[in-house]
Design a protein around this ligand. Structure first.
Ligand code: GRF
Length: 199
């Protein structure tokens, strides 16, 4: 299965997925990494991993739709069957979502619907939550909203620092995202409304 990863920043999830594929855990290949940030560290990881990376400058497009149409053109050309958003900070258009319905995944560092949006780990910590976690979900037209594929908890233990919590959440992300992608490539995810059944 041909996979494209979209990232804007560090790309640690991208690397975790790439490594799971290298270990033979997932029957698929990352055909390319797409970034909207020229300086994204994910691009350096791509070079190290020997994965093609493509920086697309949003300023070259007048509208979000123009940008997404260009991206879709590339995805079609490369016969991409799964798009994995991994810290991609750009909102994708409903048009893109419809073109790749239930073929776009996202990872969020909280138990959705709690702490949607940016800085979810920091906000859960500041809120005094006793638990937070990680959600992998299909992307729909609303932000951090589509059907939940996998979700696991991280306990915010007494005395835990924000740094420790951040490390724990990222560690869990690096397990859950490859697992969700593996299930998808094995066609073991059945979607009914908001519910994703793992078969
Ligand atoms: C992750 O915490 C992910 O959940 C969120 O953005 C962060 C990306 O981290 N959507 P990285 O670039 O994969 O290291």
């Amino acid at each position: 299965m041909n996979i494209a990863i979209f990232a804007s920043g560090s790309g640690s999830n991208f690397e975790a997925i790439a490594k799971a594929i290298k270990r033979g855990n997932i029957k698929g290949q990352i055909v390319l990494l797409i970034t909207d940030k020229e300086k994204a560290f994910a691009r350096i990881r791509a070079k190290r991993l020997g994965i093609r990376d493509l920086y697309i400058n949003p300023q070259d497009y007048q509208t979000r739709l123009d940008f997404d149409k260009a991206v879709i053109g590339i995805l079609r050309k490369e016969k991409i069957e799964l798009v994995a958003l991994a810290g991609f900070m750009r909102i994708i258009t409903p048009y893109f979502v419809r073109q790749y319905k239930y073929k776009i995944m996202n990872i969020h560092p909280a138990i959705l619907p709690a702490f949607r949006g940016e800085h979810a780990i920091e906000r859960a910590f500041a809120y005094g939550s006793k638990i937070t976690g990680v959600t992998v979900h299909f992307v729909d037209e609303k932000i951090d909203h589509g059907p939940v594929i996998l979700q696991e908890i991280v306990a915010i233990k007494k005395g835990m620092s924000l740094k420790q919590l951040t490390t724990a959440v990222h560690r869990l992300e690096h397990i859950l995202y490859p697992r969700a992608i593996k299930l998808f490539t094995e066609k073991r995810l059945k979607i009914k409304g908001r519910h994703v059944k793992v078969c």
